[in-house]
Design a protein around this ligand. Structure first.
Ligand SMILES: Cc1cc2nc3c(=O)[nH]c(=O)nc-3n(C[C@H](O)[C@H](O)[C@H](O)COP(=O)(O)OP(=O)(O)OC[C@H]3O[C@@H](n4cnc5c(N)ncnc54)[C@H](O)[C@@H]3O)c2cc1C
Length: 440
């Protein structure tokens, strides 16, 4: 079993080490019956249940205060249905383990984010996404889900059941998701290319860039003169970077992200004025032009970064140029001293009620930073320009929104709230964070 996201004292700690909470106890059910029993025990004790996935959310969404439940040991097969191109999995499975099982069967997930350390149940909970207007976020892959509700009922929700669009981005608020069926596709190879583009040209070109490849994203290291447009296209060319020979990834994770970047960040915290020069150099070298071919899911991942903070805003594609212009404007005077990239990704519109991409193709702009003195003011300024555009926050990243602000941003908010009332009338899956974002 993997290590649970908790410290030696039993407190929950998220990956970024920015959120902590002290649950009453940890439960690790091995069967669905035991999950039902945990929910019943919480109801009887008048406390809450919070499933903790991999603890990879920056927001407080996974922080338990009642019973913390890990599904790491929840038994259940990985059932691959080749002809229907679906896979049914226990919800506690990590994306990486799922991708490996799929690859052995010649299949892959059509979309993945930067990493695959998350659980399937946790990834879909927050609308985890990669970057593609061809494919939606991971939640759009869900074709069936099985959940244990707040009343202890076990529900199978299949396609054709409108509740599936609620469960797709469930926020951990509707029940314990025990199994999920996902759409998959034949595995293939992707060619990655990186184009350096003057940052001043990127905002206007965003709609064109977004549609220029099956997968495409933009990185910009604050203050650098150029941004990187990273494209991935299908190819039959041989692999140039194999998982078994992942030396470059190893170097990235073990050397760059554990030693070199922390040292540079420490320097930038001491001397913020060097940030621009350091970022310019990194932008031209480390993030420089590169051309590689590899297995699809692997190519879409990035090396595991050093610990940092993230917040992210989603706007309809039509507003993307204006949104990016406003964010770039924040850096006009040489501050804030931010040593992480801004990441601009694209997500095909969907119908999941609480998805940031609900209703239209979306541009999701991520503001990332180490936990230095400039971070909180940066995130505040970022939301200062994003809020007036009606941007929706990523549920798994830092957000300080309230239900009153979120309700008008999500046309299906009230339907989600009504379904929550039905499935969890006693708020077994409640808590402070969920009260804030969903109301009571
Ligand atoms: C290094 C890093 C890179 C990342 N890259 C991306 C990226 O590229 N794209 C992106 O969109 N996001 C990204 N994220 C954010 C991450 O994908 C989301 O926060 C995701 O929700 C975390 O999954 P998790 O398994 O850790 O879930 P947790 O954070 O543990 O939980 C998230 C929510 O899901 C609930 N939950 C989990 N499992 C279940 C279940 N089975 N039943 C009911 N509720 C459940 C929890 O209670 C909680 O409410 C990244 C995060 C990190 C740390």
């Amino acid at each position: 079993m993997r290590a649970l996201p908790r410290d030696r004292s039993g407190a929950f700690v998220n990956w970024a080490r920015t959120e902590r909470s002290r649950p009453l106890s940890w439960r690790v059910p091995t069967t669905e019956r035991e999950v039902v029993d945990v929910v019943g025990a919480a109801r009887a004790a008048g406390t809450t249940v919070r499933v903790v996935g991999a603890g990879h959310s920056w927001s407080r969404i996974a922080a338990p205060d009642g019973l913390a439940v890990s599904l790491d040991r929840l038994a259940g097969p990985v059932e691959i249905d080749g002809p229907r191109r679906t896979v049914s999995v226990p919800a506690g499975i990590r994306l990486r383990a799922l991708s490996s099982a799929l690859l052995r069967a010649g299949l892959s997930l059509p979309i993945v984010g930067s990493i695959q350390a998350q659980t399937v149940g946790g990834a879909i909970a927050t609308g985890t996404h990669g970057s593609s207007l061809t494919h939606g976020n991971l939640s759009t892959l869900v074709t069936e889900a099985r959940i244990v509700t707040g009343t202890g009922e076990v529900l199978d929700i299949g396609s054709g059941d409108e509740r599936l669009d609620a469960v797709r981005v469930h926020l951990g608020a509707l029940g314990v998701v025990t199994r999920v069926r996902l759409r998959v596709q034949p595995a293939g190879r992707l060619h990655q290319s990186i184009e350096q583009v003057p940052v001043g040209e990127v905002a206007e070109a965003l709609p064109e860039i977004a549609g220029s490849a099956e997968y495409v994203k933009v990185w910009w290291l604050a203050h650098a003169t150029r941004a990187q447009v990273v494209r991935y296209t299908r190819t039959d060319d041989p692999v140039t970077r194999r998982p078994s020979a992942a030396t470059s990834r190893w170097v990235d994770e073990r050397v760059m992200h554990r030693s070199v970047f922390p040292a540079l960040v420490a320097l930038q915290h001491r001397r913020p004025l060097v940030t621009g020069r350091v970022n310019e150099r990194l932008s031209r070298t480390y993030l420089g032009a590169a051309s590689q071919v590899g297995q699809d899911a692997l190519m879409l991942n990035t090396p595991m970064p050093m610990r940092h903070r993230e917040t992210e805003a989603a706007v309809p594609m039509a507003d993307a140029p204006e949104a990016l212009r406003r964010v770039l404007e924040l850096f006009r005077d040489g501050r804030p001293a931010v040593s992480f990239p801004l990441e601009i990704r694209f997500v095909r519109g969907d119908h999941a009620w609480m998805s940031p991409a609900y209703g239209s193709d979306t541009c999701q702009i991520g503001a990332y930073s180490t936990n230095g003195p400039d971070c909180t003011p940066y995130f505040d300024a970022f939301w200062g320009v994003m809020r007036p555009l009606g941007a929706r926050p990523h549920w798994g990243k830092e957000l300080d929104h309230t239900a009153a602000e979120l309700r008008p941003l999500y046309p299906a908010f009230e339907r989600f709230a009504a379904l929550r009332d039905q499935l969890d009338p006693g708020r077994v899956f409640g808590g402070d964070f969920h009260r804030r974002i969903l109301g009571s």
